[in-house]
Design a protein around this ligand. Structure first.
Ligand code: FES
Ligand code: MG
Length: 593
């Protein structure tokens, strides 16, 4: 099929908001309680004074330090135009940067810091609504978490994925372009300048890694305009979407539609369903559980399995499939995924409200896939059960597994016992953090076929922020024989990874989880049918271990924030949030300003 008619972001309904004076807000604007003297912010009387003129924040995540989101510096101008056209006054301000590829020890350490600072800005300044400019992995959850806590009207808009990458004629995702080009550079096949030319694009990663996943989640929750998440950064349509977002936030303020009206339990269930259908990142449960905690919705990994596990993979985009986000967008983006699920009565709550003012069902129903190679039919899915399994047992209280990425080789090696087809058991080899793993993996003679690799000390406290390291590669000698090894860990896995690891084990070793007490050679049993993960030791043996080994040791903090983070953070299963922040909810309402 040819290129589809791209979605119009200035439909007549939207441009009707283009009248400003005379629309009374549903409730008095909070900004008007602040100002007696508009010169405080360098604004003029006409920009501030009319009692129906909302002040709209633009939370800017783009900067020189955050290249994935940097194109937002341009897009924000179109957001401003929309806000002004609809009768609002825009105030753009910077957010703490969170660049996935640049921050040490890990970008996810900064999610809660960015959240915390945005809460202070949204609560403490005279803003009636906010546009959340998202993109790179952790920027999206950080901003949604803050909007949830303060609960002023908010719309998120991502920067958009970068255009397709190619190596010769081969379509290649953003992470892969870097690896391939680096190899070519090392081999002297390309110059440094050509290397930079290969890897420097505007926009966030163009596979279904954590960035594309989280922005799809924002749209599935109803927090972004329909069809917006997949628009490539540099498409003309992206600028139109920025303008429409500016128009719409002013309306949302006047209608007093808040994040708590949109991010309901039903909305989270819709997001979980979409995550399965697009083959989303295993980081999504962590971040969505965090957003839910801050808006006061009960959500846990059992919900992820209940709502998502049985749903099919419909999106043929890397890493689970072949294409990239340009094709995804041309095939219809997330609305086409929702429409396909709805057509088969597999979308949980079509009636959930979105920032468009309409339900997600109304927004998406007629947007069926324009390219069946990219968004495939429900009854001919790429994988049958694409969601996550939630495992529990004596090894941990919560861990998740993305079974849709189990390879035929892994299935053959571990899940083909006719009497016990969904279970495997083996001795463990234990590593304390990624550095230990890299040092020892090639020099551990006891690691052989059937060994289960354990990574500990990689959770939110052990490796502050939780490292993306659980997808461990077996020793070279085993790889050459085609042998895969199961991996379990208390850390995370990159959203672009395709390995069937058991991740996010909570509690982590650093807070007393059983992984911290394992020794090489202990036997572990995983049963995917019963959803269990057990260490084969008696209760008495476990107690004895804990007594003799003492608490798990991890490296010292390097910065003040690392120490504060470690003192405050919850487990991965709980969203890795600041524990004491949860009790502060709906600040704009409960604190009376
Ligand atoms: Fe920023 Fe992938 S590294 S989006
Ligand atoms: Mg990542």
């Amino acid at each position: 099929s040819g290129p589809r008619q791209l979605r119009s972001f200035t439909s007549p309904a939207e441009s009707n908001t283009n009248t400003n004076e005379g629309i009374e807000p549903a409730i008095p604007l909070r900004s008007k309680k602040w100002f007696n003297d508009p010169s405080d912010l360098g604004l003029t009387v006409p920009e501030l004074s009319p009692k129906n003129r909302p002040i709209i924040g633009i939370a800017q995540t783009g900067s020189d330090l955050s290249p994935c989101n940097k194109y937002h510096v341009e897009l924000a101008k179109r957001v401003r135009d929309g806000i002004i056209a609809a009768g609002g006054t825009p105030l753009e301000f910077p957010c703490h940067p969170i660049q996935e590829t640049g921050k040490r020890p890990t970008a996810s350490l900064d999610r809660n810091l960015s959240y915390l600072s945005l809460v202070e800005v949204l609560f403490g300044y005279p803003l009636d609504g906010v546009v959340l400019l998202t993109g790179c992995d952790k920027t999206t959850p950080a901003l949604l978490m803050a909007a949830a806590t303060v609960n002023i009207p908010a719309i998120s808009m991502n920067v958009g994925p970068m255009l397709n990458g190619y190596s010769g004629q081969k379509l290649i995702g953003s992470g892969g372009v870097v690896w391939e080009s680096r190899a070519q550079l090392a081999a002297g096949q390309i110059t440094e300048a050509e290397f930079l030319h290969h890897v420097a694009f505007a926009g966030h990663c163009n596979t279904i890694g954590t960035a594309s996943t989280m922005n799809a989640m924002a749209e599935a929750l109803g927090m972004s305009l329909p069809g917006s998440a997949s628009i490539p950064a540099v498409y003309r349509e992206r600028g139109a979407c920025a303008y429409a977002t500016g128009l719409r936030i002013v309306q949302l303020v006047r209608e007093d539609i808040k994040p708590s009206d949109i991010m309901t339990k039903a909305a989270f269930e819709n997001a979980i369903a979409c995550c399965a259908a697009i083959g989303g990142s295993t980081n999504a449960p962590i971040h969505l559980n965090a957003v839910a905690k801050h808006i006061g919705v009960d959500l846990d990994c059992d919900d992820w399995e209940r709502v998502g596990y049985h749903l099919p993979l419909l999106l043929n985009v890397q890493p689970a499939g072949e294409w990239l986000c340009e094709e995804y967008h041309r095939a219809g983006g997330l609305p086409a995924v929702v429409a396909e699920l709805m057509k088969h009565n597999a979308f949980p709550h079509p009636d959930a409200l979105t920032v468009s003012g309409h339900s997600i069902g109304e927004n998406c129903r007629s947007d069926l896939s324009q390219d069946r190679r990219v968004i495939v039919p429900f009854d001919k899915p790429l994988k049958a059960e694409a969601g996550f399994l939630h495992l529990k047992g004596t090894l941990f209280e919560s861990g998740i597994m993305k079974t849709s990425v189990i390879s035929p080789a892994f299935r053959e090696q571990y899940l083909s016992n006719p009497n016990d087809p969904m279970a495997f058991e083996g001795p463990v080899a234990v590593f304390d953090g990624p550095e230990d793993y890299h040092h020892r993996i090639e020099h551990s003679p006891d690691i052989g076929p059937g060994t289960i690799l354990i990574m500990r000390g990689a959770g939110p406290i052990g490796y502050p922020g939780a490292a993306e390291v659980v997808n461990m590669i077996p020793p070279g000698e085993l790889i050459r024989k085609g042998i895969e090894l199961p991996c379990i860990g208390d850390g995370r896995q990159s959203g672009t990874s395709g390995s069937p690891s058991i991740l996010n084990a909570s509690p982590e070793a650093a807070t007393g989880g059983m992984l911290g007490y394992l020794v090489d050679g202990d036997r572990v049993r995983i049963d995917l049918l019963k959803r269990t993960a057990d260490v084969l030791l008696s209760t008495a043996e476990i107690e004895e271990r804990k007594k003799s080994m003492g608490s798990y040791k991890y490296p010292k903090s390097q910065t003040p924030w690392q120490e504060m983070y470690r003192d405050s953070v919850s487990e991965l299963s709980e969203g890795m949030v600041i524990k004491s922040a949860i009790k502060y909810q709906r600040l704009a309402q409960t604190q009376g300003i």
